[in-house]
Structures are given as structure tokens and as C-alpha cells.
Design a protein around this ligand. Structure first.
Ligand SMILES: Cc1cc2nc3c(=O)[nH]c(=O)nc-3n(C[C@H](O)[C@H](O)[C@H](O)COP(=O)(O)OP(=O)(O)OC[C@H]3O[C@@H](n4cnc5c(N)ncnc54)[C@H](O)[C@@H]3O)c2cc1C
Length: 373
């Protein structure tokens, strides 16, 4: 359950970003007994791996010969589970609600502590607030935000309950909101056509009753294979295609009911929609992070490579968002950086707890935290 927007959540470390670096950061902090909360703009964990290439095999994760982006995310979440338990009644998926993980929250403001006893105050655009003694920024190339399909006159797009941007994960067997209803899909690239093919081919209880695909012109910009699959669905009457751009919509409360399009031929046409799925891609927004006053080099946060500390005391940066001499934007490097940042956070917050390095194979304290002793 999300706490009330007016009540800040208190924690030792706020981790911004639930990509591979942020998830491994959570594990390392948990291992050292440091409390944390992890926040991400996306509705699922995994960052670029889950959002940009969930099905592509990655061949350079240490100790794993090949794993795709989604499976890597699931493994990282499983590794974190002693410290980030899944809430009861959910299956083990990157979007399943977990303790200490806040998805769909874009961090836009960070107020540094006024003095050594004070805390950072971090707020999301969605209205949640956290107070923490340290912050680890694992923001990758920025907050992944879906590109919108602007509809003239509709100013509250982000409040519409039947407007969607993301597909359920392949292994999610729950009925999607559009099951058995009319779904309009907006877009003409790989993302939109993949969605159309995937949803049209779902079994009856999960599939939409009908799909209307809307793109501004007759030609798609997707791969020839996707193009062909969608043409087949159209020929079978399972998908209707309209070339046009939105010019108006009828919104009732939080639902979009009808969309009026100007077709490629210049004619207005009004369509009823039960659900609208906008698939125009994700665009990363560095926006707020660049305005927090930390030293940067070419849009990356400059860090001390032995602690991952930024120029702002108490703020650390790891993964693709940080830079230092020799930095490589690879998952393996993000894991190393998360380990160093966790130890630096421990030294900052609990200096009395720092001692000789402990191993998970032999340390009773670590095994206890992992629930293995
Ligand atoms: C097509 C492709 C293939 C790749 N293949 C490989 C490979 O084979 N091997 C390899 O090692 N690397 C590969 N990479 C690179 C790898 O994906 C990145 O190095 C890795 O994802 C970086 O992890 P990260 O956690 O630092 O950032 P990300 O994965 O980018 O995650 C950052 C997260 O932070 C969130 N975020 C950012 N700002 C905010 C904010 N203000 N509020 C809330 N949330 C925010 C974002 O939404 C995002 O989910 C590939 C990358 C691409 C694009």
C-alpha cells in the first residue's frame, strides 16, 4: 500500500532508478543492513533491459552465459527478495508490487539537507515524498517516459484511466483491462505493430474484442515481418486500420469515450474507444537530475570512482548516469559501482558498523540478513 502523499517515507538511502544498477544497489544496501527505498518512473523494474530489449540475449553478465533483459531483471529482483519482499498474492514479475519499490514515480525535486543532521527531501511528480540521509542516483539515461499522442483539447492525458502505454509482460496471465473490449492502438512503428500482433493473437478471454490501429499515414515504419503480420490481421478482419491524426476527443470523467480523427483523405471520423493504447516509444528525460547542481560532464554525473560520491555531499551516482575516467556503460560496471556505493553509504551513515570486509559464504551477519542462517 502506498503511504499518503502528505506523509514522507523515511529511509537511510533513496535509490533513484530500478534498472540493473539500482536493483543491485538495493541488494548491496540490504546486505549491509542499510535501509532503502527504490523509485522508478516506469511501471516495471529493469530499466533499459526491461523497457528497450526484454527479449534480447545479453552475453556479458558475469557468470551467466546468456540471459535476456526480462530474465535478468527477474533474477535481480529474486536476489533482492530478502530485502524487497513481494506483496502477498502476486506472481514474480518485474511489475509486481514489492516492499520498498515504488514504480510509476518520476522524481522531479531533490532538496539537499541543510546541515549534517538533516535529511534529503525527494518528491515525485505523482506526489510522494521521501526523506533520506543519502541518495543513490541510478537514473541511467534518464526517466523513461512514454511519448504522448497529443489530442487537441485534452489536457489531462496522464489522468485518463483507460489510456495505456505499456503491454503486460509475456508471462503475466491476468486479464488486461482491454480484454473483450474495443482497443484503439496509436502508432505505426515496431512498438505499435508488436502490440497489435501480440494482443490480436492472445486467447479469447484475454484478447480485445476488436483492435483499431491508427497511424498518421498509410505506410508503417516497422520491420517487414511485423508489417506482413498486421496486413494479414487486417485482411482477416481482426484489425481495422485508420490513417489519420486525432483532432478532438470526448472525455467523461477520467475516461476517453470517443476520438475524432482527420483521416489521411481529410475526412473527419469519430470512433468509440473502450481503451486507448499509445505505442509511440519511450523517451528518456534527464530533465530534473541535471538541475540538482551536481558536477556533470557530457550529461553524466561526475563521481569519485572509489566511492561513487557526486559533488553533492550524501549523493552518489552509479550505472549509466555516472562518469569517471575509464567509465564503461555496461551492466557489469553498474554492479561494481553499486557495491562501492553501498559501502560508502555504510561508512557515511553508520561508521561504527564498518569493519573488515565480510563474505556471504562465511559471515553469520550477512547470512542472517539473507535469511540463510
Ligand atoms: C539495445 C541495448 C542493448 C544493450 N546491450 C547490453 C549488453 O549486451 N551488455 C551490457 O552490459 N549492457 C548492454 N546495454 C547497456 C545496459 O542496458 C545499460 O548499461 C544498463 O541498463 C544501465 O543500467 P542503469 O541501471 O544504470 O540504467 P537504466 O537501465 O537506464 O535504468 C535507469 C532507470 O532509472 C529510471 N529513472 C531515471 N531518472 C528517473 C527519475 N527522475 N525518476 C524516476 N526514475 C528515473 C529510468 O526510468 C530507468 O528505469 C545495452 C543497452 C541497449 C540500449
Amino acid at each position: 500500500m502506498q503511504p499518503h502523499a502528505q506523509q514522507p517515507m523515511h529511509t537511510d538511502v533513496l535509490v533513484i532508478g530500478a534498472g540493473p544498477a539500482g536493483l543491485y544497489q538495493a541488494f548491496q544496501l540490504g546486505l549491509l543492513g542499510v535501509s532503502f527505498e527504490v523509485v522508478d518512473a516506469l511501471p516495471m523494474a529493469g530499466g533499459q533491459c526491461a523497457a528497450l530489449y526484454p527479449d534480447k540475449p545479453i552475453y556479458d553478465i558475469p557468470g551467466i552465459p546468456a540471459i535476456n533483459g526480462q530474465a535478468l531483471t527477474q533474477q535481480l529482483l529474486a536476489q533482492c527478495s530478502p530485502f524487497m519482499r513481494m506483496l502477498p498474492g502476486h506472481s514474480d514479475l518485474p511489475h509486481a508490487p514489492r516492499e520498498h519499490l515504488h514504480l510509476g514515480q518520476v522524481i522531479d525535486a531533490l532538496q539537499p539537507p541543510a546541515n549534517a543532521q538533516d535529511t534529503f527531501e525527494i518528491t515525485s511528480t505523482q506526489g510522494l515524498t521521501w526523506r533520506s540521509r543519502a541518495v543513490v542516483i541510478a537514473g541511467g539515461v534518464g526517466a523513461f517516459v512514454p511519448r504522448e499522442w497529443p489530442i487537441p483539447g485534452v489536457t489531462n492525458l496522464h489522468q485518463l484511466s483507460n489510456l495505456h502505454h505499456h503491454l503486460p509482460e509475456a508471462s503475466d496471465t491476468r486479464a488486461p483491462p482491454w480484454a473483450g473490449q474495443h482497443l484503439m492502438v496509436a502508432g505505426g512503428g515496431d512498438e505499435a505493430l508488436t502490440a497489435v500482433v501480440q494482443l490480436a493473437n492472445q486467447p479469447a478471454p484475454l484478447a480485445p474484442a476488436h483492435i483499431t490501429l491508427v497511424h498518421r499515414r498509410h505506410a508503417f515504419t516497422a520491420t517487414p515481418e511485423l508489417n506482413e503480420q498486421v496486413q494479414t490481421l487486417m485482411a482477416q478482419g481482426r484489425v481495422t486500420f485508420v490513417a489519420g491524426i486525432p483532432m478532438a476527443a470526448q472525455v467523461t470523467g477520467e475516461r476517453i469515450e470517443h476520438i475524432t480523427l482527420t483521416t489521411a483523405e481529410g475526412q473527419p471520423t469519430t470512433l468509440h474507444v473502450d481503451h486507448l493504447l499509445v505505442r509511440l516509444g519511450l523517451s528518456p528525460r534527464m530533465g530534473p537530475i541535471t538541475q540538482w547542481g551536481m558536477a556533470m560532464e557530457r550529461k553524466q554525473l561526475l563521481v569519485n570512482s572509489s566511492t561513487m560520491a557526486t559533488s553533492l555531499p550524501g549523493a552518489y551516482a552509479i550505472g549509466d548516469i555516472c562518469t569517471y575516467p575509464g567509465k564503461l556503460r555496461l551492466v557489469a560496471c553498474g554492479f561494481h559501482e553499486a557495491t562501492l556505493a553501498a559501502h560508502a553509504c555504510l561508512a557515511q551513515l553508520y561508521p561504527q558498523a564498518c569493519g573488515p570486509l565480510q563474505y556471504t559464504t562465511s559471515s553469520e551477519a550477512l547470512l542472517k540478513r539473507l535469511g540463510k542462517a
